[in-house]
Design a protein around this ligand. Structure first.
Ligand code: DQA
Length: 201
């Protein structure tokens, strides 16, 4: 598994370097009107981009209401880390995953974002915050989009108030992670990596 990751890391870096290189060459050739050379370069650039996209997983990290306040919000329950800081760490930890991070305090905006994930994302990590316990509309969106969703809660919702023990979303998801702190997001991403990337040779 480690060899596989290291190999992909290298491939990924190589592809990105090549993309930048080919882009610069195409641009320079176009500037000096060498279209006959620029066109094959542009084509190669396009091919490499498609190839990179094929190997990269696209995972949306969707956070609902009040999760923008992580770091200052009830730190005894949710910890001291801000969402932005944690998401930056996740980006470094999963170089093969293109993370698309979205947070909103508005139910309809979250639903619209989930709709926009259709056909665009390989998976979604969803912490719907308090909408977990109230929103049938959000649960319907999870069912409707046909993209696998892993539900995450930073705190252990089953060990808290009774109204947090109901989730309209859980049954529509691949699985749920609750009570493992911010690490729940990383574990959910790891699930998608293991399930969707090709196995080690
Ligand atoms: C939460 C749990 C919810 O009950 C709460 O409303 C939140 C955060 C969690 O991550 O632990 O906003 O989803």
């Amino acid at each position: 598994m480690c060899r596989f990751r290291a190999m992909h890391k290298l491939t990924w870096k190589f592809e990105n370097d090549l993309v930048v290189y080919l882009f610069c060459v195409t641009y320079s050739l176009m500037q000096i009107d060498h279209l006959e050379f620029a066109m094959p370069c542009a084509f190669a650039h396009f091919q490499i981009c498609t190839f990179s996209n094929y190997f990269m997983l696209h995972i949306a990290i969707v956070n609902g209401p009040n999760l923008n306040l992580l770091g200052t919000r009830e730190p005894e329950i949710y910890g001291h880390q801000t969402l932005d800081h944690y998401l930056k760490q996740l980006t470094k930890r999963f170089p093969l995953v293109h993370l698309h991070c979205y947070q909103s305090n508005v139910e309809g905006e979250l639903i619209n974002y989930l709709h926009n994930c259709m056909g665009m994302m390989n998976g979604i990590v969803l912490n719907a915050g308090a909408y977990t316990h109230t929103s049938i509309a959000l649960a319907d969106a999870v069912s409707a989009i046909g993209v696998p969703v892993v539900e995450v809660h930073i705190s252990n919702v089953l060990a808290r108030e009774d109204y947090r023990k109901t989730s309209f979303i859980s049954a529509k998801c691949k699985g749920s992670i609750s009570g493992l702190g911010m690490d729940g997001y990383a574990l959910a991403i790891q699930y998608f990596v293991d399930a969707l990337l090709p196995p080690a040779p």
